[in-house]
Design a protein around this ligand. Structure first.
Ligand code: M6R
Length: 605
């Protein structure tokens, strides 16, 4: 969630750190700070709020030095304030942290007995306090950092700097990602390749429990048992780390608009004619009895959608679970189970923990990820990239449709291998899938109609989304998108559930967004829609031309999409859901790309 960067450089480091933090701001934007060592002295600058506040502070109070660490925070323990902002400093140690130190209360109590008192409300400061205590007891900086790390419970990525040490940075990770970047007489650390991309093209990912002693000459990496280890240095694909809005007002708008292109790219990567080929190892669906799919947020809704596909197309039983529930429920994972984890970032703490829970139990661990170098990808037997390209907007858009795409391809592959779909049906469906990028473009052309509806919806306090069958997970996703970025309270229900309770909420102030292509379930959904309208509810119907013609009188807003095979509708109907949320947020003037309280990569549980 928080972003970390560190530089042992050959130039003034403050602007370099701020630039790298800009690229990490998607991880958290409650406060930011940097620390440097200059002429042997540690100093730091911090500011609450967005990074621009730190940049302003640095104009008036510059910070010199060629060695530095920086941090952009998503608050867990302690309010977003300058005092609680990183880097934390105790005595001769400055430190930045991403994660949660679970035993910080015990450590604080122990340190208090030794006269070391905290200045902040954070768990993170305890790390600096402990390292400073070890330093004061005569340990070297590396020993102090190592002993500190050994005492920590929870999740962490850490970077330390020390007074009097201009050519030393210590990094450590457990549970939260951290990479080391290699330069020419310079070295870097960063939460991810995106942060380091302009600085280096070669990075080494620290593995679980690793810690590293870094100087300008290189890095010595040690594992949890303090054995010296070699970790592979990898080249970064620079094209995969480019971040710009390309003329759009928001990253979210750009990412919505990119969907036809990225979908076509992803199809190209997986389809060889009508053969679905997976990168790396194959997955033989004839040997699989069931799928257990686990994810969070939007990725969870992609899994819910895929359940319909796997069950309907491949007759494969599927369980879908929210990672934060799955990981602590200790569910049995029976032989014949493939455990499948979906994550844009590949770093979501709960999803990663659920994956680790399944590691010795499931026949195979498969992940569907956007970040191919992520922890989830690296810890899977088979990692399937979704090819969405970097997604910066906190609200997931193109990653969702690209996740759906890979999951649908997997379901079709399963159907082929299990003999549950005729070859001609598969060929027809794949033909339509190949045509979908063009259909996406046609749907994006409905933007003005969607914007008009969104402006009206933006005036509501509460909004309901309804969907039936595969449109139910889409309704859930639409509601999540709307509440995330417009802060309008939105709930989604399976249409058939309406009269079991939620119908009590209906009155003329509550817009009800009904997602209903003219499919085999359309008539049933229309009945539910009529029930809403009979009670004064305002229905915004998202459908196709046949659905619009059959919907009848009294619908408040109609958004008409191109007609597609009903099995492909979830991919298409994601677009108006995203655009509705986007335009409602713009109309309300919220911070679309960095909505309050959220972060892009949720690396704490
Ligand atoms: O990186 P992941 O896909 O694992 O992230 C999961 C959720 O945190 C994420 O989808 C979140 O719900 C998004 N903000 C939704 O727009």
């Amino acid at each position: 969630m928080c972003g970390i960067v560190g530089v042992l450089g050959t130039h003034e480091v403050a602007p370099i750190l701020v630039e790298a933090l800009k690229r990490l701001e998607y991880r958290g934007y409650d406060s930011a700070g940097i620390a440097t060592v200059n002429n042997g002295h540690l100093d730091r600058r911090r500011a609450v709020g967005k990074l621009v506040n730190l940049s302003d502070r640095l104009v008036h109070e510059p910070l010199a030095g060629k060695s530095g660490i920086g941090h952009t925070r998503w608050a867990t323990h302690g309010a977003p304030s300058e005092k609680n902002a990183h880097p934390h400093r105790t005595g001769s140690v400055a430190m930045v942290h991403n994660g949660i130190i679970e035993n910080f209360r015990e450590l604080r109590a122990e340190l208090a007995a030794k006269g070391v008192v905290p200045e902040t409300e954070t768990d993170s400061e305890t790390v600096a306090m402990l390292a400073s205590y070890y330093l004061d007891s005569g340990k070297s900086p590396a020993e102090a950092a190592r002993e500190t790390v050994a005492r920590l419970e929870g999740a962490f990525a850490l970077a330390f700097l020390f007074d009097g040490e201009e050519d030393l940075m210590i990094a450590a990770r457990k549970g939260s990602p951290l990479a080391i970047g290699h330069g020419d007489g310079e070295m870097f650390v960063g939460s991810d390749a995106i942060a380091l991309a302009p600085l280096t093209d070669t990075i080494t990912y620290l593995e679980e429990g690793d810690w590293a002693v870094i100087t300008r000459q290189g890095a010595e990496i040690f594992d949890m048992q303090n054995r010296r280890v070699n970790r592979e240095a990898k080249a970064i694909r620079m094209d995969a780390t480019r971040i710009d809005k390309a003329g759009y007002k928001h990253f979210m708008a750009k990412e919505i608009a990119e969907q036809p292109t990225v979908l076509a790219d992803a199809l190209g990567a997986y389809l060889d004619g009508n053969k679905i080929t997976l990168p790396g190892a194959d997955l033989d669906f004839t040997k699989i009895d069931r799928l257990t799919m686990v994810a969070c947020g939007t990725a969870f809704y992609a899994c819910l959608t895929a359940k319909y596909w796997f069950e309907r197309l491949a007759h494969l039983p599927v369980e879908v679970d929210i990672a934060s529930e799955f990981r602590y429920r200790e569910p049995p994972v029976l032989p014949g189970t493939v455990a499948l984890f979906v994550s844009q970032s590949g770093e979501t703490a709960d999803t990663l923990a659920a994956l680790r829970y399944c590691q010795e139990k499931a026949d195979k661990i498969v992940s569907v990820v956007n970040v191919e170098t992520s922890s989830i990808a690296r810890e899977s037997d088979l990692a399937l990239p979704i090819h969405a390209g970097i997604e910066v907007g906190v609200a997931s858009t193109k990653a969702f449709t690209c996740q759906l795409n890979v999951l649908l391809l997997l379901a079709i592959k399963a159907a082929k291998e299990r003999g549950t779909m005729a070859d001609s049906d598969i060929a027809g469906l794949l033909d339509q899938l190949r045509a979908l990028p063009g259909v996406f473009n046609a749907a994006l052309d409905r933007d003005t109609t969607i914007e008009t509806a969104a402006q009206k919806i933006s005036e509501a306090r509460d909004v309901l989304f309804l969907g039936r069958g595969m449109m139910y997970p889409l309704a859930l996703e639409g509601a999540l998108k709307l509440k995330e970025i417009s802060y309008i309270h939105a709930e989604a229900y399976a249409s058939g559930e309406l009269k079991h309770g939620p119908i009590a909420l209906i009155d003329k102030t509550v817009p009800v967004i009904v997602m209903a292509p003219h499919d085999s379930l359309f008539d049933k959904t229309v009945s539910n829609m009529q029930e809403v309208m009979a009670r004064g509810g305002k229905v915004c119907l998202i459908t196709d031309a046949a659905g619009a013609a059959e919907a009848g009188e009294g619908v408040w807003q109609v958004i008409t999409l191109p007609a597609v095979d009903e099995r492909l509708a979830p991919l298409l109907y994601a677009l108006p859901a995203q655009l509705l949320a986007y335009h409602a947020a713009v109309a309300k003037g919220t911070d679309v790309d960095q909505p309050r309280n959220l972060a892009k990569s949720v690396t704490v549980e």
